[in-house]
Ligand binder design. Structure first.
Ligand code: NAP
Length: 463
């Protein structure tokens, strides 16, 4: 048995279901809202009225940090999921069930109950607003989801206990999926581990799978990084390579195995958009590419985190004059990031028509690579693959680099490219593709699990 945590909006049944599961398993039951009331000697609505939400969240964080690490059934307040520190404590060596229900059901269940003032809106609008705001956080929190809209607490408890006994991967799907992975190029030691997880008699039926989807993607170091992070944070997950020329086949296997999420790489970042239920409208839709898919509560949602990996290291250069070299998939995320930082951006590409097309989407200027000399940028971002091959030259001549420039090369294998070497010689500030990789992977981990990994930890686990 493990520590079992229930998260979800108020009125989804966390306390009732939790108490039944506690009775049936013989484990102690703890409710974080009751613990907060005991600790402060006041009711939750009173704490909100008198001290405000910020103070309430601080006490809630203290209560969660002090929860027993041993087996117990824990029911949590509806808003715990928004704080990454809470998710780090709650997820460690635990199984998190997110309970959900439709808006009308929640509104009916909450109509008669006292409630803390969270938005000042009427009940139904408040629920809709908060569900929308917390949606991504509940997705991240969930190891398993249970819809309680038309279910009694007793029936939901049966689903919990059945999941704890058998996991979510249907028995009939386990062994047949092994052949899919065998046709990829998974290193033998990793394949052995995966075969055990997928066997008829797995050592731990609760282990969930995730992975990188691409073709080719056997070179991806993602599995080593993510598996190291899973050990660090006590998460019962295994991350592997989903390498196949057919994206449909990858998604079919992912659904048969009820994976929690996929990182998506070449050549599928665009194609996957048509095959999932929802695409984040802030970035992924505008960029036109998805590199992260989360399967949660029956919905597959796509996000783009590549642009965050470009934006973060450049955040102090808001409004600068930038040149973006290249106009492919990575360039679209970079163009979104640079324009989000209000930079004056010119996209230069070997095929100028592609630069023009991308520039029109993001309101940038465009040109050929030879136009560089007329621009005198503060920032240069290389999104061409030049530098990846051992005999590649730098995309810029030495005399085009000046000490007051920031040069960001998105290429991350090798970590120091001919462009970065030349920029260092010229005295420029340099940012390597590793920084982008770390930035996008941190955001991806946050979307998958709600945990904020410090950049240094991410760096220390890079293979
Ligand atoms: P892509 O879609 O194939 O686009 C490549 C771009 O580079 C195109 O604009 C292409 O120009 C240009 N190009 C290719 N070869 C060239 C050459 N010899 N000379 C001049 N221009 C050339 O590739 P992508 O997905 O955007 O990836 C580009 C790079 O970003 C890769 O090296 C990849 O490793 C890196 N990347 C890094 C991260 C990270 O986390 N650090 C993440 C994603 C990507 P045409 O239009 O003329 O073909």
């Amino acid at each position: 048995m493990k520590r079992i945590v229930f998260c979800g909006f108020r009125g989804t049944g966390k306390t009732e279901v939790g108490k039944i599961v506690a009775r049936q398993t013989g484990l102690p039951f703890l409710d974080t809202d009751s613990l907060i009331e005991q600790k402060t000697g006041r009711s939750i609505p009173d704490i909100f009225h008198e001290d405000g939400e910020e103070r309430f969240r601080a006490v809630e964080r203290e209560v969660i940090a002090a929860l027993p690490k041993t087996d117990a059934i824990i029911s949590t307040g509806g808003g715990v999921v928004i704080d990454p520190a809470n998710m780090e404590y709650l997820r460690r060596d635990s199984v998190v069930f997110v309970l959900h229900a439709d808006l009308d059901t929640i509104a009916d269940r909450l109509a008669q109950k006292p409630r803390p003032p969270l938005t000042g809106l009427p009940l139904r609008e408040e629920i809709a607003e908060l569900l929308d705001r917390r949606r991504q956080h509940y997705q991240a929190a969930a190891d398993f989801c249970i819809d309680t809209t038309e279910t009694t607490p007793e029936a939901a408890a049966v689903q919990v206990i059945t999941t704890l006994q058998h996991g979510v991967i249907p028995q009939k799907n386990r062994v047949p999926c092994i052949s899919f992975f065998k046709s990829g190029r998974i290193p033998p030691r990793c394949m052995d581990r995966l075969t055990k997880i997928l066997s008829d008699n797995p050592p731990d039926p609760l282990t969930r799978l995730m992975g990188v989807a691409g073709y080719p993607c056997a070179h991806s170091k993602g599995p080593y990084l993510f598996n190291a992070l899973f050990s660090h944070y006590g998460l019962d997950y295994h991350y592997t390579w989903f390498e196949d020329p057919e994206l449909d086949e990858i998604l079919s296997v992912a659904r048969h195995l009820d994976v929690k999420g996929l990182s998506v790489t070449i050549p599928f970042k665009q194609d996957i958009i048509g095959l999932i239920d929802e695409v984040d409208e802030h970035a992924a839709q505008q960029i036109g590419a998805v590199n992260t898919v989360i399967f949660s509560c029956g919905v597959a949602t796509g996000y783009n985190t590549d642009w965050i990996g470009v934006r973060k290291p450049l955040v102090e250069l808001k409004g600068a004059k930038a040149v973006l070299l290249g106009a492919g998939g990575a360039a679209a995320g970079a163009a979104f990031a640079l324009t989000d930082l209000d930079m004056d951006v010119t996209i230069l590409n070997r095929t100028p028509a592609k630069a023009e097309e991308l520039a029109q989407r993001f309101g940038c200027k465009w040109g050929e690579l030879s136009d560089f000399d007329a621009i005198h940028p503060d920032v240069v971002v290389n999104s061409t693959p030049l530098g990846m091959k051992p005999d590649d030259r730098s995309p810029l001549r030495d005399d085009q680099l000046h000490r007051d420039m920031t040069v960001f090369d998105l290429v991350y294998t090798p970590p120091v490219t001919p462009l970065i070497e030349a920029a260092q010689r010229a005295g420029c500030r340099t940012i390597t593709g590793t920084e982008m990789f770390i930035g996008q992977a941190r955001e991806q981990f946050y979307l998958f699990f709600g945990i904020d990994v410090p950049a240094e930890r991410m760096r220390s686990y890079l293979p």
